[in-house]
Design a protein around this ligand. Sequence first.
Ligand SMILES: NC(=O)c1ccc[n+]([C@@H]2O[C@H](COP(=O)([O-])OP(=O)(O)OC[C@H]3O[C@@H](n4cnc5c(N)ncnc54)[C@H](O)[C@@H]3O)[C@@H](O)[C@H]2O)c1
Ligand SMILES: [Fe+2]
Length: 375
Amino acid sequence: MQGYEFRYGPQLISGPGAARRLVELLPEGRCLFVTDANVRGLGLADPVLAALPETIVFDAVEEDPSRETLMAAVAAGEGCVSVVGFGGGSPMDVAKLAAYLIATGEDLDTLWGVGKAQGRKLPLALVPTTAGTGSEATAVTVITVGGSEKRGVNSPALYADWAVLDAELTLSLPRHVTAATGIDAMVHAIEAYTSARLKNPMSDMFARKALRLISDNLLIACDRPDELEARGKMLLAAHLAGVAFANAPVAGVHALAYPLGGHFHVPHGLSNALMLTHVLSHNMEAARPLYAELGAMLDPTSRDIGQQGQAQAFVQHLARLSRAAGVPQKLSAVGIGPEHLDLLAAEAMKQERLLINNPCPITQADARRLYEAAL
Ligand SMILES: NC(=O)c1ccc[n+]([C@@H]2O[C@H](COP(=O)([O-])OP(=O)(O)OC[C@H]3O[C@@H](n4cnc5c(N)ncnc54)[C@H](O)[C@@H]3O)[C@@H](O)[C@H]2O)c1
Ligand SMILES: [Fe+2]
């Protein structure tokens, strides 16, 4: 039996309308409120903003936020005493790192990687409006640098103080975003469960519960978007998967997904969906017993078909779910062709922080082959 460590992250406040409680949580004084223009335009934050007395709203966060956007948020937040991230993973990630940089004044370039950020950030509340990234539960921020490279800052210093899960905020998600972000959460759960380095009984428990909830609720949330119950379960699942991968980090699927986002602006969840089954097939030899465990959990009737059958049935189940949710299945559907394979494979190798967690090695030649299979 091996020893392990586990962190839960922020204090959780959950329930319909929970976002309106932000005003009770934050310290008195000016608050930097980070969101995106679309979320702001939908009016989701209006009741919260009306209740917060002194707020600077920064709503210029784009999908896959850039370093320039982050630094603009930091400049806007000068003199603020707290930060709120309100939106999908993009605004939440900007808010996390802005809360750290405003408080410490440190140079971003000294923080990339694991455990480099050691200072103290401003009080931070994160309110997800997608059920996907679980960023409200993690110590990771992902920023696009130089126009195409996704870089991460991963340090306990970035954990939010409060994560507010308010499923009402996710009712307005269009189907394609519900589907893609739900698959992102699903990949977090799977990669945490099979993570080569830091997987442990606690992360396993969170990952299994998350996967169960997503398998049961993703299609309901897609087909009947107004069902608050299913929306709430997806939001919880994304959070639990976030807690899991904050402790047992994600791996090959994410490593191969990031270059699709960085170079071709494919949304993060969709990038993961496009690479999912290909990377899992590559990992099959090394991760078969774990995929079989997850397969048996999702389909108890598969008990008699043996480990190999269960593991394969698991991958097929994921592929079915992704198709039924309406997610594009081929790289060609997002404008990627054979001429891009070399670039993608070379870029994937830069994601060493993630590749080291994969159940088996992925070489540059493997990556090229996996992208080719996904064309
Ligand atoms: N920090 C982490 O742990 C972590 C984990 C995974 C991904 N990420 C990062 O998160 C980002 C992706 O986040 P995301 O998938 O949540 O997408 P996103 O934040 O980029 O949002 C996607 C789209 O959905 C819209 N949207 C958000 N909420 C909505 C709502 N309630 N109704 C209607 N539209 C809504 C947004 O305006 C945007 O157009 C990427 O940059 C990715 O790298 C971070
Ligand atoms: Fe992700």
